[in-house]
Design a protein around this ligand. Sequence first.
Ligand code: PLP
Length: 371
Amino acid sequence: MPFYNLEPLNNIVQNQILNNIEKVFFSNKYILGAQLELFEKNFANYCNVKYCVGVGNGFDALILSLMVLGIGNGDEVILPSHSFIATSFAVSRVGAIPIFVEPDIQTCLIDTNEIEKAITSKTKAIIPVHLYGSVCDMDNIMSIANKFGLYVIEDFAQAHGAEYKNRKVGSIGHINATSFYPTKNLGAIGDGGAITTDDKALYDRLMCLRNYGSNEKNYYEFIGLNSRLDEIQACVLNYKLDFLDKWNIERRRIAKRYNEGLKNIFQIKLLPFGEDENINFHVYHLYTITTNQRNELKDYLLRNGIETQIHYPIPIHLQHAYKALMFKKGDFPISEEISNTTLSLPLYVGLSDIQIDQIIHCLKLFFNKKS
Ligand SMILES: *Cc1c(COP(=O)(O)O)cnc(C)c1O
């Protein structure tokens, strides 16, 4: 059983998408065309924001968000120590300094009680990451940001369609970044990303920054990037966006079945489901558990034909790329503990109840044998 399988979902959309791609092919317009404009409008509507800017990938979406806010050399940006590397690399790429804040051990999301301690006179922004599809405590984050005059950039690459107190993620921060990497809840058939905001001035500058800093041929207002969501990706995303809510509900159903099946195994800790969907509408980009026997369990499942993944096995502060920051083991003990105990089980649209039950059964066998 693979960790991820795009085939069932592709089967649902393939006819229409292949049709649409053919139309793009014959339109002879592949960059900055009608498909992108339509997707930007649709995705902005979906997220309940005024503006959306389609870009090349999620990493660029984060970099451009920081650039457009004027964040760069010597500035500090607060972000979770437990996340995918892109969040922190974007901060480093623009010359700013990532300031890591530990996650909450229960939710694996940034611990908002620890944010204030990390603020200095150089702090410019906070980047909460809605990791695994679960939403951060945005009320707390926004009130800290307002109190200290900081920007908030939501990284909602893993959480398209997730909601915090009935508000869509990607609409709460000042400017927000997401990815359409193929395995995300809303995935392209290649790289893609987007930025969402309600701020017209930021939007105008972003439209320029993603296109070499140019609004008008041969005139360059800023030193920009070349990062545009292409017409093929935009037409694929336009079509898939209509299915996103349905697919997210299916992801939640699968997660619920796992939770029911695994809840009595005392050696496993489940992450909070977000039972009250009016507060945390979790869209389960990943189904992640923690256990002290993680490595043995992973091997056992693989021997039984079940692929799993670890998100993420090496904490950011211990990566070789950050050796200049001189972190050492023990600096972020909660992140380190999560890295050592976390395991993600297969979850994708099309995973059948029989398969889910087989996986649950296999976990039960493993822990019964050991206890
Ligand atoms: C996938 C992801 C990104 C970056 O996405 P790319 O499109 O692959 O560059 C950023 N942040 C998080 C949390 C992600 O999961």
